[in-house]
Write a protein that binds this ligand. Structure first.
Ligand code: NAD
Length: 243
């Protein structure tokens, strides 16, 4: 069960953090894992650890996204799994937020999801099979968090995109789902500070922050052939935080 041997998976933002956790879990389930990231150093290291391949990929650059995904398809003759995970979560008040701050978060988190999904769907449709998994969040679609209004909007937006895309592509054997992580210990989270992480641990019912692999194991399930009857759905992985 949940054997991904023979599958080719691209993980955006896979150089480190949650993306790396997803990539590791996919590799454990025997998929060929390709890392697409703007961080060359960590990206190459992660790809080599997982016997995969690194592609320099900025999800906000539509031409580059299309080029990289086309190159992957031509080389491997398939792209069965796309994990659209690249994202940023800088904290700032609405009062101090510039248009540039707002756009940067939407461009990476939301528009980037559209670009990679659109490029992958073209080939997934050709092969009549595909699994797309978005890394959303609990912040935005379920809860709010002071300082993350632009981020919450982008993460809720991803789910709106997902539901319509899932309906549009269901007839081609393609499923599109999302994972909503709670607080997962990554460099991105560490940037929010010790005080934030201490407070979070206190309110998470399992009394610990999540690990990137916790998201990875969920991704393996959604990426599996066995999950073919699930589309347009989300799975919350947050240690019970939003209960
Ligand atoms: P991270 O900062 O540790 O890693 C993010 C990765 O994305 C990095 O490798 C970075 O280089 C890459 N990236 C950034 N901009 C990119 C771009 N334009 N193109 C390609 N790659 C790019 O962050 P993380 O905590 O691992 O977060 C990963 C995803 O999980 C994000 O979408 C984030 O919103 C989501 N998330 C994280 C948490 C958490 O607690 N860590 C919670 C909920 C959701």
């Amino acid at each position: 069960m949940f054997d991904l041997a023979g599958e080719v998976a691209l993980v955006t933002g896979g150089a480190k953090g949650i993306g790396k956790g997803i990539a590791k879990a996919l590799k454990q389930a025997r998929a060929k894992v390709l890392i697409g990231d703007v961080d060359k150093e960590n990206g190459k290291r992660t790809a080599s650890e997982l016997e995969g391949e690194f592609y320099y990929l900025d999800v906000t650059d539509r031409d580059q996204v299309q080029y990289v995904i086309q190159s992957i398809y031509e080389k491997y003759k398939k792209l069965s799994i796309l994990c659209s995970n690249a994202g940023i979560f800088p904290q700032m008040s609405i009062e101090n937020m510039t248009e540039k701050d707002w756009d940067k978060v939407q461009n990476i988190n939301l528009k980037g999801t559209f670009f990679v999904a659109q490029a992958a769907l073209k080939y997934m449709k050709k092969q009549s099979y595909g699994r797309i998994i978005l890394t959303s969040s609990i912040t935005g679609p379920i809860t709010g968090f002071s300082g993350w209004a632009h981020y919450g909007a982008s993460k809720a937006g991803q789910l709106g995109f997902m539901r319509s895309a899932a309906l549009e592509y269901a007839k081609y054997g393609i499923t599109i789902n999302a994972i909503q992580p709670g607080n997962i210990l990554t460099d991105g989270l560490i940037k929010t500070g010790e005080e934030y992480m201490r407070k979070m641990k206190e309110i998470i019912p399992v009394y610990t922050l999540g690990k990137p692999e916790d998201i990875g194991y969920t991704a393996v399930f959604l990426a599996s052939r066995e999950a073919g009857f699930i589309t347009g759905q989300t799975i919350v992985v947050d240690g019970g935080q939003v209960l």
